[in-house]
Design a protein around this ligand. Structure first.
Ligand code: AMP
Ligand code: MG
Length: 476
């Protein structure tokens, strides 16, 4: 029904701690992702038996072949190196191959303390578990590379945050949980053997084309490939207005998937300085600063790879810098190409695109709504007139000068995004009712974000107060 393998364990004891999930008192299945289960070729009875799902995805019962571990890693938290983090409340149950023979990790989060828990309780509250499920599903259907969730199970046990909350376990499915911080972990310990093993594993798993190159520097090619994926990722975040919120090096997967949906949020009115995370007081992870942080994180990855790039440090630094210095140009190119697509242009006019963003910023226009209106205005004279008033002669220059391609715009400008105020309402409703009906209702809409579903337009409503004072929290 679910066939696990455990290749990460082959890397050796330094990479993890073996630890079983804690038992939940009264596991109850709240959400089950049957489309994802189908992709992962999960078979009956597991696809049908909700009690079995609840037992397996709370950690109360283990599938044969599962060898649960908590992963070791470190991370730069808000720029400061914390040499020892690791999964403090997560258990990697094992890996599965999907229908296309691609390998995925299946991990429980909120499943109890591990040797890496430090002061934490190893638990997850229901709200954040549902948030991760809904947000990652929304991102997946928006077309953004991301981990996904297979299940949310209420544990029946309370967790204590600022107040008592219902507890839950969320099951995360990701291409892997190897982070920038996993490389840094071994580099700072000068454990070259583990570092090499990690590189070999990561290349084979995520960038196998590198192994097919007969010459070339493996560590350098890996760095280059990860940078390319990270640029793709952050461009996609910016296309849909996503703010990750906590881009610490332990939360950046080298696969290029979005992981760790803690304090994430969606930008409403366009402003590059938008920050919602309560602890990000300096705006380090603000919407518009995300590319700079990706570059900063990639520099940390490069540092951790130096000894594998070249035995002579000077030469290694030169080689790494030769790759890193290409970042700004590669990013700019990808960024304007993305904006061009949002504007329906085959060849992006970057000045025209920049001018629009400046107007949106100055006039506090909603990012998603403005691009949607632009799209719709192409075959809706009323919307066109409305936008001409709002955007002045820019609108005419864009429309007459670039003959925008409406199909391209429809593919790149969502009709609906998981707006912060709706997500908060849904989480509050689920917490109050103890069921996931509100989550299921919004998920039905978020699973087709590029087309309007009759009767669900209210999910497109802008927040009445433009998200003023909205805050997200890490302590999930
Ligand atoms: P995050 O900010 O969610 O990426 O978490 C940073 C680190 O803190 C990770 O190593 C987590 O495993 C750990 N952590 C977060 N919350 C808890 C918790 N409730 N109990 C134990 N460890 C936690
Ligand atoms: Mg994390």
């Amino acid at each position: 029904m679910l066939t696990f393998s455990n290749t990460y364990q082959d890397l050796g004891d330094a990479f993890y701690q073996r630890i079983h999930p804690a038992a939940a008192s009264n596991p109850t299945l709240l959400l089950w992702n049957s489309a994802l289960a189908e992709r992962l070729a999960i078979a009956p009875p597991l696809t049908e038996d909700t009690d079995l799902q609840a037992r397996l995805f709370s950690g109360n019962q283990l599938v044969d072949g599962s060898d649960p571990i908590a992963l070791a890693y470190c991370g730069h938290q808000f720029g400061q190196l914390n040499p020892q983090l690791g999964d403090g409340r997560a258990h990697l149950l094992g890996e599965v191959l999907d229908r296309h023979q691609r390998r995925f990790d299946i991990q429980l989060k909120g499943s109890g303390r591990t040797p890496f828990s430090r002061g934490g309780d190893g638990r997850c509250a229901l709200g954040p578990a549902l948030r991760e499920y809904i947000m990652s599903e929304a991102m997946f259907f928006l077309g953004v590379p991301t981990s996904r969730c297979l299940a949310v199970v209420a544990t029946g046990d309370p967790v204590y945050r600022e107040e008592e909350k219902p507890g839950a376990v969320v099951t995360r499915v990701a291409a892997s949980h190897i982070r920038v911080g996993t490389f840094v972990y071994f580099a700072i310990r000068e454990d070259l053997q583990s570092l090499q093993a990690l590189l070999d594993h990561s290349v084979a798993r995520h960038y196998p084309e590198i192994n097919r190159q007969t010459d070339g520097n493996k560590a350098l090619l890996f760095l280059q490939a990860v940078i390319e994926q990270q640029i793709l990722l952050v461009i996609e975040w910016m296309r849909v207005g996503f703010i990750h919120g906590v881009m610490n090096t332990d939360n950046m997967a080298i696969s290029g998937e979005t992981i760790d949906y803690g304090p994430c949020a969606m930008m409403g009115a366009y402003d590059p300085a938008t920050v919602y995370s309560s602890i990000d007081t300096q705006g380090r992870y603000a919407f518009g600063n995300q590319p700079n942080i990706v570059r900063w994180n990639m520099t940390r990855l490069a540092e951790s790879l130096l000894t594998l790039i070249h035995p002579e440090q000077k030469k290694a630094v030169e080689l790494a810098e030769s790759i890193l210095k290409l970042f700004p140009e590669k990013f700019e190119q990808a960024y304007f190409s993305m904006l061009g697509k949002k504007l329906g242009m085959a060849d992006t006019d970057s000045e025209l695109a920049t001018e629009l963003l400046q107007t949106m910023h100055r006039d506090k226009l909603d990012y998603t709504e403005t691009f949607l209106q632009l799209t719709q205005s192409l075959d809706n004279p009323d919307a066109a007139e409305h936008l001409s008033e709002k955007l002045g002669d820019w609108y005419k220059r864009w429309r007459d000068g670039s003959s925008p391609d409406q199909e391209l715009m429809k593919q790149n400008n969502p009709v609906v995004i998981p707006r912060n105020h709706h997500i908060e309402q849904v989480l509050a409703s689920c917490e109050a009712s103890g069921n996931a009906d509100a989550a299921k209702a919004i998920l039905a809409v978020l699973r087709s974000p590029y087309s309007a579903i009759a009767g669900t337009a209210h999910y497109q409503d802008l927040p009445v107060d433009a998200d003023a004072g909205y805050q997200t929290f890490c302590g999930t």
